[in-house]
Design a protein around this ligand. Structure first.
Ligand code: PHB
Length: 396
């Protein structure tokens, strides 16, 4: 039986509806559900430690904001992407379509990131790339809803060429995992090295995530270059450094690379890593108050040493917190949130950080050298390094 509403009840309901329509949308947003943050990261395989450090540093930054972003509690939803591009569409869909995350973060692997781009460009999901360095993410595939808090491969590999040339090494071999990031690193290095008068004697692509290096190391020994430029990372990098030293090559043919070669692997590589020179936008020995504070807090929270991957995770949440505070937790007006993120700045452990026009960081790139198991800064390869952003319409 329908019970007729009294006139008073109807009026009360109508005035409540009118009042809520007048309430600023933001006040409603701030009082509502948790904010869902998706993490598309590797928790298994050769990049597992990278995924774990990004995740733990994100959570550390969140606790520094009282566990809230823009007044909303956080719900983390993590998917192990296994650094497998073939599984990426299904994994991204799980987070974007299935979980309807408010913000997607990750991945580590550039091949996974390329597959992710197709979906987030279409769905317009606000996405923050926390590692993958593929040029296209903030280049030919750039999009207003996609930001990157890490680096482009060009930023980390191109400057290594002049470091090698300044050390008087003019004949180089390149060795890298043969997928987009390794190929692009090689080509950025090649560009700088050949323009500066150097010669690449040989390029050795290795299938990802293979760590059988012996045959390649024998070849390098017989080629006798002045130096070797390398891209390996995570567990594979630790294995490479140990194999290179065990083959007796470290003293004869110095190793160089983008800094991923030594990030987070110094414990595992031990004394074998001593002397390796790399270029990167971070070094654990950076003498900055923000770096010291961050490293201590990360160690306290995880009992592990922080690295460049942790820095990207940490900055991601601090930048997001700023942007979400500005829009009072309202994720329903993408233009406002994007504008807030574009103007966010953080006192990063890596030094000054700001987003460029293509949403890639503008940041210093340092020259580092491993000394006594620590990464010390021996110079600045490029101050405020921007990315060439090939093919991004937002760059103009
Ligand atoms: C990448 O695939 O973009 C990638 C992976 C691991 C690194 C750096 C870049 O350490």
């Amino acid at each position: 039986m329908r019970i007729p509403l009294s006139r008073r009840a109807v009026l009360a309901a109508a005035s409540a509806a009118a009042a809520s329509a007048l309430l600023p949308r933001r006040a409603v947003a701030a009082s509502k559900a948790k904010i869902k943050i998706g993490l598309l990261l590797p928790y298994s395989g050769t990049y597992a430690s990278l995924g774990n450090n990004i995740t733990d540093a994100m959570k550390l930054a969140a606790t520094e904001h009282g566990g809230r972003l823009g007044g909303r509690e956080i719900e983390w939803v993590a998917v192990d992407d296994e650094s497998d591009p073939a599984k990426a569409p299904a994994n991204v869909n799980k987070l974007v379509v299935g979980e309807k995350v408010d913000i997607l973060t990750g991945p580590v692997h550039s091949g996974v990131a390329m597959a992710m781009m197709q979906i987030v460009r279409q769905e317009k999901t606000l996405t923050i790339v926390t590692n993958a360095g593929a040029q296209a993410l903030t280049g030919s595939l750039c999009a207003p809803n996609v930001f990157r808090t890490s680096f482009s491969n060009w930023q980390t590999s191109f400057p290594c060429a002049s470091v090698m040339l300044k050390d008087g090494r003019k004949k180089a071999v390149g060795m890298f995992w043969n997928y987009s990031f390794g190929q692009e690193s090689m080509s950025a290095f090649r560009e700088g090295f050949t323009k500066g008068g150097g010669t690449i004697v040989k390029e050795i692509p290795v299938p990802f995530p293979t760590t059988e290096f012996q045959a390649n190391l024998s070849e390098i020994a017989s080629l006798k270059p002045d130096a070797v430029f390398v891209f390996f990372a995570g567990a594979g990098a630790a294995k490479f450094i140990k194999d290179y030293a065990a083959a007796g090559l470290m003293e004869k043919i110095p190793l160089y690379g983008s800094g991923f070669l030594t990030e987070g692997v110094l414990g595992a590589a031990g004394a074998a890593a001593d002397g390796i020179k790399t270029t990167l936008h971070y070094a654990d020995g950076l003498d900055l108050p923000a770096n010291k504070k961050f490293r201590e807090a990360f160690k306290k929270a995880t009992s592990r040493e922080a690295d460049v991957y942790a820095v990207a995770g940490y900055d991601t949440i601090h930048l997001l917190a700023q942007a979400l505070d500005k829009v009072q937790g309202d994720t329903s007006a993408p233009k406002d949130l994007i504008a807030a993120l574009e103007s966010a700045k953080t006192d990063s452990p890596r030094g000054p950080f700001r987003f460029g026009k293509t949403h890639n960081p503008i940041q210093n790139v340092y020259v580092r050298q491993v000394k006594g198991g620590r990464e010390s800064v021996v110079g600045t390869a490029q101050k405020d390094a921007d990315d060439p952003a090939f093919g991004c319409a937002m760059a103009t």
